[in-house]
Design a protein around this ligand. Structure first.
Ligand code: MTE
Length: 302
């Protein structure tokens, strides 16, 4: 299994041998699941190396990343997903890609995970509510996956759809959102090399509360764009209406790029609280990824 590195990073800096071995166990499929029976909280965490994607920042701890979540399918409290997401069954799992493409296709999640080389990417995640984290994801760029289905000229946007199963996701019994959770990107945003499909974090399989077995990560946009537990991706001609746009159109737009200069209608977006820290820090334009993504929006009023 090939593990690619971020640009400008020495191989020795990124994949410590322990992490590599841990990932090999993860990538081994069923056998790996048994090997991971020890909960990460008990075991020593594999080391990760700071890399270019996180701006050299220190990652949040496993505990912080897995116990302070937004996943309304399991409740609206930050602590609900860690308490209740055990009812989600991330295996067997199928991802289907359909719509405006020449070769619509479905994958079993384990086939998918083996088909694409996994990379470790340490990304900032900035939530629209004013908090942020730094997370060492394990995943692969969405672009490679989309290329496989050969989008047609009519594919202008990409819609991401979460599982809809109130038995596994009890929060869906309440009409908090119009389930299933939906999000969307423009095709060029979806094809951008920073846009990741994550299947793990800290070199381990993605915990249920973080969107197992497969979630989107778009680091320059507010966290709600990063849909969890995805079962379907649709290539479409018109901008998809996301769950949040439908629920509160005045507050959530389609683009939702991190922008400290544009306030949320009910609060400022100028600063953020990094989970685990006391003082707030200034929020960066495009969450600090402007150099890589600003050209996607040239000429647009953000
Ligand atoms: N995806 C689904 N299906 N349901 C959700 O409620 N919440 C979003 C996003 N993806 C959400 C979702 C929001 S608001 C944020 S901030 C991130 O997930 C949080 O990701 P994390 O819990 O892994 O930090």
């Amino acid at each position: 299994m090939l593990i690619k590195q971020a640009p400008d990073i020495q191989p020795s800096e990124i994949t410590a041998e322990a992490v590599y071995r841990e990932r090999r166990r993860f990538l081994g499929g069923a056998a790996a699941l048994a090997a991971l029976a020890v909960t990460p909280a008990q075991a020593a965490l594999p080391p990760y190396k700071k890399n270019a994607y996180g701006g050299g920042e220190t990652a949040n701890t496993w505990d912080e990343i897995t116990h302070y979540n937004n996943f309304y399918e399991f409740g609206t409290d930050k602590t609900d997903p860690a308490k209740y997401a055990h009812s989600l069954k991330p295996r067997p799992w199928t991802l289907a890609i359909e719509g405006a493409c020449r070769k619509p296709k479905s994958w079993d999640i384990d086939v998918l995970t083996r088909a694409f080389p996994l990379e470790e990417r340490i990304y900032r995640l900035r939530c629209v509510e004013g908090w942020s984290m730094v997370i060492p994801w394990l995943g692969f760029p969405l672009a490679g996956l989309l290329k496989q289905v050969e989008p047609t000229g009519n594919a202008k946007y990409v819609e991401f759809i979460t599982l809809h199963d109130p038995q596994q996701m009890p929060g869906q019994r309440q009409a908090i959102l119009d389930w299933p959770y939906r999000e969307g990107l423009r095709l060029d945003e979806a094809m951008h090399p920073l846009t990741l499909m994550a299947v793990g974090l800290y070199g381990r399989e993605l915990p249920n509360q973080n969107g197992a077995p497969l979630r989107l990560v778009v680091p320059w946009k507010y966290g709600f764009k990063s849909a969890k537990s995805i079962v379907k991706i649709r290539l479409v001609e018109q901008p998809p209406i996301s769950s949040w746009m439908k629920a509160v159109p005045r507050e959530y737009g389609f683009y939702s790029n991190v922008n400290p200069e544009v306030d949320h209608p009910r609060w400022s977006q100028a600063r953020e609280r990094r989970i685990g820290e006391f003082l707030k820090r200034p929020t960066l334009m495009f969450n600090g990824y402007g150099e890589q993504v600003a050209q996607l929006y040239s000429g647009m009023d953000l």
